[in-house]
Design a protein around this ligand. Structure first.
Ligand SMILES: *Cc1c(COP(=O)(O)O)cnc(C)c1O
Length: 233
């Protein structure tokens, strides 16, 4: 592993985040970087943590479990960013501080049940398929607000915002409308004033498009590849 390259990549991502914030008249502390470590070994994740990263994202419960065990005792927040199967909810509770990927009312119910069983609350984001691609998880944008209205009734489930994934494209400008749409949906939900629902977070933007996402209001960006280029190969 090339630590210097990792450090330089991290610095570069943070600088680009700060520049995007500046362009959007936002302050750098309004946007949190979740380092997506799904493609790297725990030792690389550990190196990132030593460099000051405090938020780690994983898209599979099993892999997250492995890393969580190896990196136990460190003061970091774990983020579940991938599709979560209902039979893994129990394990997810032992690892994650925030589940970004609530993509169905059934999953929301399963999380609510587990949270009740454990006598705690679980903060979540609702994933919306704002691009309309078949290959993407998430609630359809057209029915998301109605679904959130229903989910808001579930005990111990704390809806804290929305998440989306843009399609893969060469020019990040082309996905700007996907992020605008998510922000508009969040505004719409906020306008309903649902009890226990807070549109505090927009989790949007990855390596290819995090700057555009920040310009459109992202509060959390989920970045993987940009951090690991040239680090492990
Ligand atoms: C892998 C992944 C990311 C990070 O993608 P990069 O292009 O490597 O930055 C972000 N969000 C989700 C949901 C992912 O699965």
């Amino acid at each position: 592993m090339d630590i210097r390259t990792l450090e330089a990549n991290l610095r570069d991502v943070r600088r680009r985040m700060a520049d995007a914030c500046e362009r959007a008249d936002r302050t750098a502390d309004e946007v949190r970087l979740v380092a997506v470590t799904k493609t790297v070994d725990p030792v690389v994740a550990r190196a990132l943590i030593d460099l000051g990263v405090r938020d780690i994202g994983e898209n599979r419960v099993q892999e997250a479990q492995r890393k969580h065990e190896e990196l136990s005792g460190l003061d970091i927040a774990w983020h579940m960013i991938g599709h979560l199967q209902r039979n893994k909810v129990k394990y997810a509770f032992r690892i994650f501080e925030l589940i970004h990927s609530v993509d169905s009312p059934r999953l929301a119910r399963a999380i609510s049940k587990r949270a009740e069983f454990e006598g705690r609350e679980m903060p979540v984001l609702v994933q919306v398929n704002t691009s309309g691609e078949d290959s993407k998880y998430g609630l359809p944008a057209e029915s998301a607000v109605e679904a959130i209205r229903v989910m808001a009734e579930l005990p111990n489930l704390r809806i804290r915002g929305l998440m989306t994934m843009a399609p893969f494209v060469d020019d990040p400008e082309t996905v700007r409308p996907v992020f605008v749409r998510l922000r508009e949906l969040a505004d719409e939900v906020a306008g309903l004033g649902l009890e226990g629902v807070e549109m505090a977070h927009l989790s949007m933007g990855m390596t290819q498009d995090f700057e555009v996402a920040i310009e459109e209001g992202a509060t959390i960006v989920r970045v993987g590849s940009a951090l690991f280029r040239g680090v492990t190969d």
